[in-house]
Design a protein around this ligand. Sequence first.
Ligand SMILES: [Zn+2]
Length: 488
Amino acid sequence: MVAPPRRRRTAWSASFALVSALVLASAPASAQSFQELSPQVRAFTASDATHFILRDVTLIDGTGAPARTGMSVVVRDGVIEAVGPADQVGEPEGAEVVEGAGHTLIPGLVMLHEHLFYPSGRDWRGARYNTHELSFPPLYLAGGVTTMRTGGSVDPYTDLGVRDDVAAGRIPGPRIDVTGPYLEGPGGFIRAFPELTTPQEARDHVDFWMDRGVTSFKAYNLITREVLGAAIDAAHARGAEVTGHLCSITYAEAAELGIDNLEHGFFAATDWSPGKEPDQCVGTPTSVFLELELDGRPFLDVVDALVEHEVALTSTLNVVERSVPGRPLPPDGAQAAIEPALRADVMASVAAGAAGQRRPAAWLEKIMAMEKAFYDRGGLLVAGIDPTGAGDVVPGYGNQRTIQLLLEMGLSVEEAVRVVTLNGATYLERADEVGTVEVGKRADLVLMSGDLRSDPETVRRMRLVFKDGVAYDSPALFESVRGTVGIR
Ligand SMILES: [Zn+2]
């Protein structure tokens, strides 16, 4: 089965020059102005200024270029109008001045494994989830996310409605790309997932949900190659993309089928699983990961297949790190965000390990090293939080944590910022309008107090999050939903 040609995404290595050219050639789609926001949304804004300057910041612009100190960024009508050394940019007449000394400025985050649902216990069959349309959109925005793709939906009409509410200025939140209901085979552990058994069912599923406005799909553990291949072909025929949290299908097989993206780094890869039969889900034992040699062909063949087929890899270390003992607890704010009666359960799960499973610290180090190897070999590494697991990955706080985990993986601060900004935008084919701090792009920006280069805790001190040049008060957004995660 060979997928038909699809839209080619900007290659990782070539994106630098191409992005600059695109910026010069096109203005972004119309920005959402302050005037379009409802009173409920305006309550979280810090200013109604449409022309302002962020003066004298340390700028990490998302391209991967070295951080620059003493920079100023001018915004007018939701668009970045000027970027340069503070003494050259000066203070444009009529522009409101935001003093940025002592602050780091990065692009708004573009993250790809987000959800609007949260784990809500288990029944005899497995995991249950409930949609958090009230608390999650403001939490994501508070944590610097201005564009996100959901990585699968259990309640697609609600997800689509939330997307539209944000776009209309009725609720605070990031721009949302909605992924349809999962592409899963029969017998999965989550009752809310459809069970697709034939290629025709997969095509019908794709067409039905595309007609309702989703822009991508996510395959899951038990789907067969034949059914996934049909879904990918149907999605590509209509310009949609397909990602996967796979098990029955190996990464190399999925690349061959034409999949666009794979979730959870190599955590979900079964390419090296002993006893793996085609179309059967047999997970990879911890020991196999520990013994896998990163300079050996078994690993490199899979990496090269992904790079060659332009399959992006999503790092979700927030939800993965919980399998290992001794990791930092969720920050105080994340714990306080959880409904008090539920919080004790969540923290007990954190103590026990995700799904009661404990792996050695070396396993997490290996998972990180595998993602780094993919990145170093030219793969498009993107990131997301996946707010599931033990319930401790809270949107906003989790997105901030992602930057710290990418630093721990061994990326430079500029590379880590690029993975959560430009790389996400590149995957979504929207790098001409978001993902970097460059003239002509949407003014999606995060201003944090401190120097991110020397102190990773700076990500916890987001002060203002700008979306389309509207300044949102990050602490106020966080505070507004305190104690509600788990119920709404
Ligand atoms: Zn997920």
